[in-house]
Write a new protein. Structure first.
Length: 105
């Protein structure tokens, strides 16, 4: 077949849990929910401000693992942005010059 390969568009999704989560994503979410549950069990819910503060760990973790287009989730998008800006980039210009041609030497 002339060494032509057809790779399905969703081949990466098959490696993810439920098609959108990595194991570390589920661990992060479960940790946030567990911390929130512990705060609720300890009775840190006397008024509305304490309830909001108690729900912050689960909310942050839910936002991190929330699916977004073109990435698995927000955590992967943030990781890619940090990797892009923190890695040094050097671009060496090799443009056109009139003297690159052998006729001008």
């Amino acid at each position: 077949m002339n060494e032509m390969y057809l790779i399905p568009a969703n081949s990466k999704k098959s490696k993810l849990i439920l098609g959108m989560f990595r194991p570390i994503d589920l661990i992060i979410f479960a940790t946030g929910v567990a911390i929130t549950f512990i705060f609720i069990m300890l009775g840190f819910t006397k008024d509305i401000t304490q309830v909001v503060i108690t729900m912050i760990p689960a909310g942050i973790c839910a936002l991190l693992v929330m699916p977004v287009p073109n990435y698995h989730n927000v955590l992967v998008a943030i990781t890619n942005v940090i990797t892009y800006f923190m890695n040094p980039k050097r671009f060496y210009w090799k443009g056109w010059r009139i003297y690159d041609d052998d006729d001008f030497k």
